[in-house]
Design a protein around this ligand. Structure first.
Ligand code: M6R
Length: 366
């Protein structure tokens, strides 16, 4: 049932090209200039009048929501709030019928996410669910549903659910952008074109596996690891550190690279592993200076960079090069070496990869 793989997690990592292809299937129109979402019925006039979009979820799904939120803001020009579901109700949120409330949940049964959904419903918001399970509680209680077609995810660590959630959110962002007109037709068309290329890019990035396995073996002696990035790369860093903690039990922290010098830099010493993400062309210069900052303190830097960001490898001890896709879509590709790194770190340290201690696949208590 693990299809020849040693663990479900590794199998599911490798299923991502297929999962993303299925999630995209039938959702881009023939002319390649719009998105088709069967179970979403958004009144264009209502969308034009929206006060904002809330994206609420837990764990990995929350991290996918951070990326989706940035895409919605940038492409559709609608204000966005992201919130962890368990914190959502602590803020007396400004929600009413002019709010689109997006919940993201692989299982569709997460208690915190479900309570947030019900609270938003009481306040009059329209609810859109992104979920992987047909007929799940979240799917049944939402007004609109976008299914991720990842297939069953067995490993506790979420992998293919994440990449398909990001893709589903990108589709939603483009659909909203078509309605608001905030982004030009040509740019949306280019983005859709690049989306079709994502399964291919995912196949390419899998080829890094052997290199990542060797780096994962070095993690035998790691105590702490820092994941840094700017913009969308910071959100990928958050996902990378969660995977690392969850299955390898190595303490890991994600930091916006520019925020390091406001405190965390004090923790960097000789040999501290720092995983630096650099996939956004407009952040390149600043990111390089942040890498120099940690290297000057002796950090052991693993740089994961988009391959065309020239000269990147001069700045780190180890570099992994990612296939180039549109900057807004890079998170889909960036996460793969991060998943593999956590996986091989966990295997090296003899951890129970598919069933990490203290955790359940679906958290049905608040
Ligand atoms: O089923 P859900 O997407 O609602 O689950 C949310 C989180 O519990 C889940 O993503 C969790 O963070 C994963 N174990 C992370 O790998």
């Amino acid at each position: 049932e693990r299809g020849g793989y040693r663990h479900f997690m590794l199998k599911e990592i490798h299923e991502q090209p297929r999962a993303v292809r299925d999630t995209l299937s039938g959702r881009i129109n023939r002319r390649g200039d719009d998105v088709l979402l069967d179970e979403v019925h958004l009144d264009p006039k209502w969308v034009q009048d929206l006060r904002g979009v809330y994206l609420v979820a837990c764990g990995t799904a929350y991290h996918a929501g951070l990326i989706g939120g940035r895409l919605i803001e940038r492409l559709a020009g609608i204000p966005v709030w992201n919130e962890v579901a368990s914190e959502f109700r602590s803020r007396d949120p400004l929600i009413d019928k002019r709010t689109l409330f997006v919940v993201i949940s692989q299982s569709g049964e997460t208690a915190d996410t479900l309570s947030a959904l019900r609270e938003a419903r009481r306040r009059g918001a329209r609810i859109l669910a992104i979920t992987n399970v047909v007929g799940s509680s979240v799917a049944r209680e939402a007004d609109d549903v976008v299914y991720t077609w990842a297939g069953p995810e067995i490993a506790v660590a979420s992998t293919k659910a994440y990449t398909t959630q990001v893709v589903a959110l990108a589709l939603l962002a483009i659909r909203l952008a078509k309605i608001t007109g905030h982004t030009g037709e040509q740019e949306l068309r280019d983005l859709l074109e690049e989306m079709r290329f994502l399964p291919k890019a995912l196949e390419e990035v899998m080829e890094l596996e052997e290199e990542v396995r060797a780096i994962g073996e070095r993690a035998r002696t790691w105590h702490d690891a820092f994941f840094i990035g700017r913009g969308l790369d910071y959100f990928s860093a958050l996902e990378g550190q969660l995977k690392m903690k969850e299955i390898s039990y190595i303490h890991a922290e994600a930091y916006p690279a520019g925020e390091l010098k406001h405190g965390t830099l004090a923790l960097i010493e000789s040999g501290t592993p720092v995983i630096a993400l650099m996939t956004q062309p407009d952040q390149r210069k600043k990111m390089i200076s942040n890498i120099e900052e940690v290297r000057a303190r002796g950090a052991d830097v693993l740089l994961i960079a988009r391959q065309d960001l020239a000269g990147a490898d001069r700045h780190a001890q180890t570099t992994l090069m990612l296939p180039a896709v549109h900057p807004l879509l890079m998170p889909v590709v960036t996460v793969v070496p991060l998943q593999l790194l956590a996986y091989y770190a966990a295997v090296t340290r003899g951890a129970d990869v598919d069933k990490p201690r203290n955790l359940a696949k679906s958290v049905t208590v608040e």
